[in-house]
Ligand binder design. Structure first.
Ligand SMILES: Nc1ncnc2c1ncn2[C@@H]1O[C@H](COP(=O)(O)OP(=O)(O)OP(=O)(O)O)[C@@H](O)[C@H]1O
Length: 645
């Protein structure tokens, strides 16, 4: 387990920036070009007062003609045009690289999220991940394209400007410089406060996004239980928390901006009095005095903007830290260093589908505080706990030594009381989680020694809680299929829909091209399950792992599905979590999971005869058909079903 990450305000700014080096390296030439033209533009702006100085002094010289004014005006005009062109070029140079960095970091975080194990996703709110992939990177892009360049330009302008001030009058320049001392002292304090507030606000924005996402997904539950108002109140508390942080952030920025505006103005005021005295006593010319104030104004502008620029830089730093918190999470489930087989072997030829659990132990990882959001300010109201935090079992063993063998082509039902670890055991087969001890084997090979792509081709899964993607029925079903286009794919699709008894899909408004999923047509729970089951079948697996995917089907449909499954996937080994006697009755054998171990294995009748715990579990299973498509009598007994086989 990696060491706990330091809180973001403890990471020095330079270290945060250094993380961007691999992204920034290719764009450095363009950034430098942008910086170069930006600097030239600002140097031009600082030089304009020197022209004024020359003009005024020339005009005040006895016998001076108006031609000096014409020349000066022409020079100022040319300098102005140059400055405008340079500013345009600066934008042109930096915009493209900044958007490239944003896009590349976004793709990287998405790819990393795909690679990270399910245990990582258990511990993170989806809004947190969403805000890191979207808002944070947007802020970073804006800073790279504008803030970072402008900060350097402003700094250089101030340095050049102050040097110019010294060439005009060292006494006046010293007065101006005196204002810089309290500004730099104060900026230290500001930086600390602002980084903490900025981190808090970006985390709170992520939490808020999670809250919106959860309530949109759970809108039916909230409405059905009349909890919309309570959800709104909780949301309002969270939104208020974010507002307060934003206000605190803005307040820090306002005070800092006030300091950086006020002090140079005070310096200018005092400088004016001293300057007039110096001019009156002939120590400087009137032209020099005018040039001094024009230059001082040009220097004061970036100083005044420094509050906003520093704020932007600190926000970008927080965005970088938040991005790399996710990127630094280790991908713990990876391809083996010495694979037992190569991915090029055709699975059907190489895999018979003998599935074995050997002394399998498993405990969910306890949630680490650094995994969720960074240090938060205490705030009123309830905070939705992360998913892993909601499980008291995290860290405690769920499976304590499971031994179970399935012969190729066998269908085995897994039963046990609720929370006994059935779903957990299933998820170890395709390595959605990694065993804490022991091994899961397919054809005698530890699944950890199979390349992940191959393992997930051999093993196909369907869960009770079905996820359909926003695309057509066809795309959803063929998601894991060996071929996804052409006549062979169509044949696989037709067969999978037939086995899953999902014929309804043909009569959808646009047939198999009908868009389903979040942004598509709403399907019933049973329909969704059938599509998800078809997806698992279309993958042509050697091992099929079904986590009660038929729970929303009526008993008759379930039976038809099982019968077709046997026909079509006669060679497929199936491990199915059963929550209904009907599912149990359709299996070849049943395994009883109890207290983290397999308590007994046998046929349904054998277990009924010899295991009191099995009888207890069976008695507590749901006997009601949930999707009343068929009109089957719910009182149909198990024996009838067994006979039906
Ligand atoms: N992601 C998770 N993080 C931490 N603990 C978990 C997680 N998922 C499940 N658990 C815990 O592990 C134990 C086993 O859960 P599991 O879902 O495997 O049980 P189950 O037998 O499938 O239950 P059911 O029959 O109700 O579906 C439970 O105590 C549960 O609280």
């Amino acid at each position: 387990m990696p060491a706990q990450a330091p809180a973001s305000h403890q990471i020095p700014f330079r270290s945060s920036l250094a993380r961007l080096a691999p992204e920034a390296r290719p764009i450095i030439p363009r950034l430098l070009a942008g910086l170069g033209v930006g600097l030239s533009a600002s140097v031009l702006a600082v030089l304009v007062p020197q022209v004024f100085r020359a003009v005024i002094d020339a005009l005040l010289r006895p016998g001076a003609g108006p031609s000096a004014v014409v020349w000066a005006a022409a020079v100022v005009l040319v300098m102005g045009v140059f400055e405008a062109v340079l500013t345009f070029l600066r934008r042109l140079f930096v915009l493209d690289p900044a958007t490239n960095v944003e896009a590349s970091l976004r793709v990287k975080i998405y790819r990393h999220l795909q690679l990270l194990p399910v245990s990582f996703h258990d511990g993170w709110g989806s809004g947190q991940l969403l805000s890191r992939a979207m808002t944070d990177l947007n802020m970073l892009r804006r800073w790279l394209a504008f803030g970072a360049i402008y900060l350097v330009i402003s700094f250089a302008t101030v340095i050049v400007g102050i040097s110019m001030l010294f060439t005009i009058s060292w006494q006046l320049a010293l007065i101006f410089l005196a204002a810089a001392i309290p500004i730099s002292v104060y900026s230290f304090r500001f930086r600390r406060q602002y980084v903490a507030a900025s981190r808090r606000s970006q985390d709170q924005a992520g939490d808020l996004a999670t809250a919106v996402e959860e309530s949109v997904h759970g809108i039916r539950v909230l409405k059905a239980f009349g909890r919309s108002r309570e959800a709104l109140e909780n949301f309002a508390v969270q939104a208020e928390g974010l507002r307060e942080t934003e206000v605190a952030k803005a307040r820090h920025l306002a005070v800092f901006s006030m300091v950086v505006t006020l002090l140079p103005e005070l310096a200018l005021g005092s400088g004016l009095m001293v300057g007039l005295w110096l001019a009156a006593t002939g120590q400087i010319t009137v032209g020099a005095l005018a040039a001094f104030f024009a230059t001082a104004a040009a220097v004061a502008n970036p100083v005044e903007m420094s509050g906003a620029l520093v704020g932007m830089a600190l926000t970008a730093k927080t965005a970088i830290d938040r991005h790399y918190e996710v990127m630094d999470e280790p991908v713990s489930i990876t391809d083996p260093a010495d694979p037992a087989r190569t991915g090029s072997q055709p699975p059907s030829a190489a895999t018979r589908g003998a599935l074995a659990f050997r002394g399998v132990r498993f405990a969910y990882e306890p949630p680490r505080p650094s995994r969720t959001t960074a240090p938060r300010a205490p705030r009123a109201g309830k905070q939705a706990p992360s998913r892993a935090a909601a499980h008291d079992d995290a860290g405690r063993p769920v499976l304590r030594g499971v031994d179970l063998e399935l012969v190729p082509g066998e269908t085995m039902a897994l039963v046990g009381i609720t929370g006994s670890g059935k779903s957990t055991l299933l998820q170890l087969v395709p390595r959605l989680y990694e065993v804490s001890g022991g091994a899961v084997e397919i054809d005698g090979v530890d699944v950890r020694r199979l390349p992940l792509a191959e393992l997930r081709r051999i093993v196909s899964v369907a869960f009770e809680d079905t996820t359909l993607f926003s695309s057509s029925v066809r795309d959803n079903v063929l998601l894991g299929a060996p071929v996804r286009e052409g006549p062979e794919a169509e044949a696989i699709l037709g067969e999978a829909l037939d086995v899953a008894q999902a014929h309804f899909a043909y009569s959808l408004p646009e047939g198999l091209d009908t868009r389903v999923g979040e942004e598509g047509l709403s399907l019933s729970g049973g329909q969704r399950q059938r599509i998800a089951l078809a997806r698992a079948i279309a993958a042509k697996p050697s091992v099929l792992v079904l986590d009660d995917p038929l729970s929303a089907l009526d008993v008759a449909t379930e039976e038809r599905v099982e019968a077709r499954l046997r026909e079509v996937l006669a060679e497929t080994t199936t491990l199915i979590v059963a929550h209904r006697p009907s599912t149990v009755a359709l299996a070849d054998r049943v395994a009883l999971l109890r207290d983290g171990v397999i308590d007994d294995v046998g046929t349904h009748s054998e277990l009924l005869a010899r295991s009191a715990h099995y009888r207890y579990v069976i008695a507590s299973l749901d006997t009601e058909p949930r999707d009343l498509d068929s009109g089957l009598d719910p009182d149909d007994s198990l024996d009838d079903l067994e006979e039906a086989r």
